[in-house]
Design a protein around this ligand. Structure first.
Ligand code: PGA
Length: 224
């Protein structure tokens, strides 16, 4: 099984999200191999939009086999008086997956290993599968994480994707367990994804920029 995760970050609004979904739904008929792979459980696609748009995915998108919607983050707190926070309890009614610990959250919101570990705990207690992002071997990996995405900072949004060798070397250094699904993220697009896909050790991708356009995202999916 290959995994393709879209991280939309804070991009798109209600209308452009709806347009993406409509477009994805229309254009997927141009990708018969991808449709077959989705039906045959060979690929799983998880799109993580901004929270307010999650429910838009339930009408068409998540009706396609192996197409899911996920969150980009969750609160370190459970249900309670935490203004502005979205708890794992609330999310569990909407999603099966969430990204946790993206380097942008560490950078802009000062998330620490400890906070990330609490979030993954909360997610797993509510049966939400965590996609943990790590920058390098120094970031502590949680055993309960379902997927681990290696995302070197210098590769994110720069067009400078890490080499396949770098990704494989880092995989060896990370404290992974055999259950962890291993992803690479950082400037993945249709022109470079095949190099990684040649390697069985890499289970898939976390894609930012190239996921914002349905066609470029479908192009990557069709190669997975
Ligand atoms: P990018 O982002 O594909 O735009 O480099 C990846 C990520 O930050 O998850």
């Amino acid at each position: 099984m290959r995994y393709l995760i879209a991280n939309w970050k804070s991009h798109k609004n209600y209308q452009t999200t709806q347009a993406w979904i409509d477009d994805f739904f229309l254009q997927i008929s141009n990708y018969p191999r991808l449709k077959k792979n989705l039906n045959d459980n060979k690929i799983k696609i998880i799109v993580c939009p901004p929270l307010p748009f999650i429910s838009l995915f339930s009408t068409k998108f998540t009706k396609i086999p192996n197409c899911h919607v996920g969150a980009q983050d969750l609160s370190i707190y459970g249900e309670g008086n935490y203004t502005g926070e979205v708890s794992a309890e609330a999310l569990s009614e909407l999603v099966e997956y969430t990204i946790v610990g993206h380097s942008e959250r560490r950078n802009y919101f000062k998330e620490s290993d400890e906070m990330i570990s609490k979030k993954i705990d909360r997610a797993s207690k509510m049966n939400i599968k965590a996609i943990q992002c790590v920058r390098n071997e120094k970031d502590k990996i949680q055993k309960q994480a379902h997927m681990v995405a290696y995302e070197p900072i210098e590769a994110i949004g720069t067009g400078k994707n890490a080499s396949v060798d770098d990704v494989l070397n880092m995989k060896k250094k990370l404290d992974l367990i055999s259950d962890h699904i291993f992803l690479y993220g950082g400037s993945v697009d249709k022109s470079n994804c095949e190099y990684y896909l040649d390697k069985d050790e890499i289970d898939g991708f976390l894609v930012g920029g190239a996921s914002l356009d349905p066609k470029s995202f479908l192009d990557i999916a069709s190669l997975c």
